[in-house]
Ligand binder design. Structure first.
Ligand SMILES: [Zn+2]
Length: 605
């Protein structure tokens, strides 16, 4: 496996340690109050001091998270069970001293946030994201690991995880720390459905769907069949499945009101959590398609910036527009191909992506590379102060997906496709798990198209730059028309307001809107426009309906208690919409039909 390959340069010192095993034991004596008791036993080492630490980052979650805050009562013992001295070197770093070949760290973990990023322990079920759960020893990161789960008595619980099962008594193993940290564990009353997919290499892979939800067996079965179809449709993009470790992949899903919403990819599993009642609705399938696509794109087609993963700080990556954005695009596309999305719905997704690229303030001023680099702050990152993301950021998910859309249409116009590009990247980097850098992606595009100038310009203009795409021309090949959604409609920007005696702005304003240019900002209250009072969004709409883009209006607003006057120069509502030609009475040629079919129809025979 990829991460084992990294061991290459072992010194005698690490070889000595590599022979060691780490043994974790995880028990839940106080699950009702969300606590676990965890021990980490290390034996046969030469150091007299050893440091155990909690992670500050988690694979697939790109900002810093202080998992150390939920660990307490940290202790260290010698083999005879005698308490050892323990120095707390940092909030999440503990050093045991006076050691002679053995130490057992013990600690309590508090966990009440069940999702793919954190952990949640309760008498009803247990969710453990590994970096949120396991303290670890840096010097021993290559050593093989055993984990023993002591399940609460009297429950017929199952465990779903990509860890290798060693015995029926809930003992699991990981080849090294990187694999353990990538392996979430779900424990509970799980409904499990399994199927196999035959692969090009003649191997059969076992795919399972482990669901924590209320729902009849038939509902769960039919939902699992939809996921199965998605896995098959995804396989068609690359022509083969990844070689899943231990021959298995598991969808760990919690669809119930007691979890927090999340979707998190791993090498051979994913955690999908949705805090709603399980109805078998197709609405959730998008996340399944997205996360499964990650088994190729990011888990194996892996940017060098995430490899090896650093658990002591967030890992900045300049490639998330590709790793996440292209995956986002395929989540929607595969759903359409698998038949769980209509063409009309797909067109709305395409409209939304185009609006992200052409109309989000961030995408007008930063490149997809820069958007990716911001992930260390924005990806579920928590802060108490305000940031200027509305003007200086655009999500690498949707921004990246908008780039994928443009590239797919461009390649299809050149008698190729994004499927062919993804497959070429897979063949060159994913299959052999050779980490890539952006220049590699450019080179593959140049080779695929036989047009280095095109590839170089594409990356210069749209990956390192933030130029507009010619979506209008590109979409016509598919018989789709891009047009203004509200032509001629006067507009001052789309904002959330607090309604009262005036209209209070709940968001910062965007640099490219009349309200920003008129001097109005967050927490200001719009009192009147052209002397007409504004108490609701409806009032505002009525006033704007009486004017046209280019008109200059006087605005009266309150800023920090002071009444102010400003000038609004009205703009045209910039929203774009994509409409099938047939809906506009424009002919759809045979070539357009073929283009569309090859783009969005099923690849399954
Ligand atoms: Zn993702």
């Amino acid at each position: 496996m990829k991460r084992l390959l990294l061991i290459g340069t072992c010194s005698l010192y690490t070889l000595d340690l590599f022979a060691q095993k780490l043994n974790y034991t995880v028990s839940f004596p106080n699950a009702i109050h969300h606590e676990a008791h965890i021990s980490l036993e290390v034996a046969d080492f030469s150091q007299q001091e050893l440091i155990a630490r909690m992670s500050r980052s988690s694979p697939g979650r790109y900002a810093t998270h202080e998992y150390g805050k939920n660990v307490y009562d940290v202790k260290a013992f010698n083999k005879a069970g005698k308490l050892l001295n323990l120095n707390r070197l940092d909030g999440d770093v503990y050093q045991a001293v006076g050691l002679s070949g053995y130490v057992r760290f013990e600690y309590t973990l508090f966990a009440n946030h069940p999702d793919g990023t954190y952990a949640g322990i309760d008498v009803t079920s247990i969710m453990l994201n590994a970096p949120a759960t396991f303290m670890w020893v840096k010097e021993l990161e290559k050593a093989p690991i055993q984990v023993q789960f002591n399940l609460p008595q009297g429950k017929n619980w199952k465990i779903a995880t990509q860890l290798k099962r060693e015995s029926k008594d809930h003992s699991y193993s990981a080849p090294h720390l990187q694999y353990l940290m990538d392996s979430p564990v779900k424990i509970g009353d799980l409904k499990v459905k399994e199927w196999t997919i035959a692969n090009k290499d003649q191997k059969k892979y076992n795919i399972s769907f482990a669901l924590e939800a209320d729902g009849s067996d038939s509902l769960v079965t039919s939902f699992a069949q939809k996921i199965e179809r998605i896995t098959q449709e995804s396989q068609q993009v690359f022509g083969e499945l990844p070689a899943f470790d231990y021959g298995q992949y598991v969808f760990i899903a919690s669809i119930n009101p007691y979890v927090k919403g999340d979707g998190m990819e791993h090498r051979n599993s994913t955690v999908i959590a949705n805090p709603t009642a399980f109805t078998g609705s197709d609405n959730f399938l998008n996340v399944f398609a997205h996360e499964f696509f990650h088994a190729w794109n990011v888990e194996r087609i892996r940017p060098q910036s995430l490899e090896p993963f650093n658990y002591e700080k967030s890992n900045m990556s300049s490639e998330l527009w590709f790793a996440e954005g292209f995956t986002q695009y395929y989540g929607s596309l595969i759903l359409k191909r698998a038949g769980y999305n209509t063409f009309a719905h797909f067109c709305r997704t395409v409209s939304a992506l185009i609006n992200t690229k052409e109309n989000s303030a961030g995408a007008k001023r930063i490149s997809p590379v820069q958007a990716s680099q911001q992930a260390v702050f924005v990806d579920a990152g928590v802060s108490v102060d305000k940031a200027n993301y509305i003007n200086r950021y655009s999500s690498y998910y949707t921004y990246g997906a908008a780039v994928a859309l443009a590239l797919d249409l461009e390649l299809r116009a050149r008698r190729s496709s994004l499927d062919a590009y993804m497959t070429a990247v897979w063949e060159k980097f994913g299959k052999s798990e050779k980490p890539y850098v952006i220049a590699d992606l450019l080179n593959v595009l140049a080779e695929l198209t036989g047009d280095r100038t095109f590839a170089t310009d594409f990356f210069k203009n749209y990956i390192y730059g933030f130029e507009s795409f010619s979506y209008k021309n590109l979409l016509q090949n598919a018989g789709l028309t891009l047009q203004k959604e509200f032509p001629g409609k006067a507009w001052i920007g789309d904002y959330p307001y607090e309604v009262g005696e005036s209209l209070k702005l709940r968001s910062s304003t965007r640099f490219d809107t009349p309200l920003y240019q008129g001097g109005v900002d967050i927490d200001d209250s719009i009192v009147s426009i052209e002397g007409r009072s504004v108490k609701s969004a409806d009032d505002l709409d009525k006033i704007l309906n009486d004017y046209k883009p280019g008109d200059q209006l006087t605005i009266n607003y309150i800023h920090r208690g002071e009444s102010k006057l400003g000038v609004l120069i009205l703009a045209e509502n910039p929203a774009w919409t994509v409409i099938p030609n047939e809906d506009l009475g424009i002919p759809v040629t045979e070539a357009m039909k073929q283009f569309r079919a090859s783009w969005v129809d099923s690849k399954l025979k």
